[in-house]
Design a protein around this ligand. Structure first.
Ligand SMILES: [Zn+2]
Length: 323
């Protein structure tokens, strides 16, 4: 029996309307329309409305004074035929936001920040904090917005000559003012693998993860490398295990900051682990019975990767597959 497929960050319900990106007049007209949905990101956090129990994206009307302070960086597409979505980046502001520095390397940033032009329930929030609270459509929009924002934020200057990059193609292309070098939104491929042997799977944890959390091993593809080779290399580097077979399962966009998680399944040749503690805090084999008990018992001291993530999907799919 296959589990319900519930991976987040699929953009199949969004019409990205890429054919109009180059039409600056049309895009400007859409942006000035009162129906435009204006999503604002500040320091990588998305403006959400927390007035109800479940947060929602807080779209800011086109005539709101906050939008005058923000810079429009991209046209994301349409969610309804007449509702264009635009991505705005807000710079730091006086007082509260003045000296704020983006939290780098943290698993989740719990600080929800208000702005003086907005009611208290509107707060800039780390997307990782609301992975199970937002609707799948809103997660898709936020995922795309967050990835694109991070790409713009990290590419203000030309990587070739250091001059200022200018925005083209409604935010989907940057070009250097001086040497004309062009760059396009980047996606970093990451392999994530469920490694099985007999009735167990291998899970590990990083020291920056929440206490007790275990997940599938993962790592970035290196230049010139195939997916299967990256799975074998990363597994051997992290736990010293050779793999017998590797097969692709599924993938997931992962906007932290702009990755594509490539989910694979592999069979281990042996079970003895030689853990690289500079990469992992711990890794061990989990038997199926133990994982089922983890799923059923919320008070258990161990936690698996969260629902909606590809790691959770791979683990649940393995448990269900042989039931
Ligand atoms: Zn340049």
């Amino acid at each position: 029996m296959r589990p319900k497929f519930n991976l987040t960050f699929s953009t199949d319900k969004i019409d990205k309307a890429s054919h109009i990106r180059k039409d600056k007049n049309k895009i400007d007209l859409l942006a000035s329309n009162s129906k435009s949905l204006n999503l604002i990101v500040w320091q990588g956090k998305i403006l959400l409305d927390w007035q109800n129990e479940s947060p929602k994206i807080c779209y800011i009307p086109v005539d709101h004074k906050l939008l005058q302070k923000a810079k429009r960086i991209a046209f994301l597409g349409f969610i309804e035929a007449l509702s264009p979505i635009f991505l705005y980046a807000l710079p730091n502001w006086e007082n509260e936001g003045k000296n704020y520095d983006k939290k780098l390397g943290k698993f989740v940033d719990n600080e929800k920040v208000t702005h003086p032009y907005l009611p208290l329930e509107n707060r800039f929030t780390d997307l990782k904090k609301v992975l199970i609270n937002l609707s799948s459509k809103e997660l898709s929009i936020c995922g795309m917005a967050k990835s694109l924002f991070e790409w713009h934020d990290n590419n203000k200057h030309c990587s070739r000559c250091g001059d200022i990059n200018k925005v083209f193609d409604s935010g989907w292309e940057l070009s250097c003012s001086k040497c004309k070098n062009k760059v396009f939104p980047r996606t970093d491929p990451v392999v994530i693998m469920l490694i099985e042997r007999k009735d167990s799977i291998l899970l590990g944890r990083s020291s920056v993860w929440p206490k007790g959390m275990y997940s599938c091993l993962a790592g970035f593809l290196e230049p010139g490398e195939r997916i299967e080779d990256a799975v074998r290399r990363e597994t051997f580097e992290e736990v010293g295990i050779k793999l017998r077979s590797v097969e692709y399962v599924t993938n997931q966009a992962w906007p932290f900051p702009h990755s594509l998680m490539i989910g694979c399944r592999a069979t281990a040749e042996s079970s003895h682990l030689q853990i690289d503690y500079s990469e992992l805090e711990a890794a061990r084999w989990f038997r199926k019975k133990e994982l089922i008990s983890l799923q059923e018992n919320n008070n258990f001291s161990l936690k698996l990767a969260r629902k909606g993530t590809i790691a959770n999907y791979l683990i649940e799919e393995w448990i269900k597959r042989s039931e």
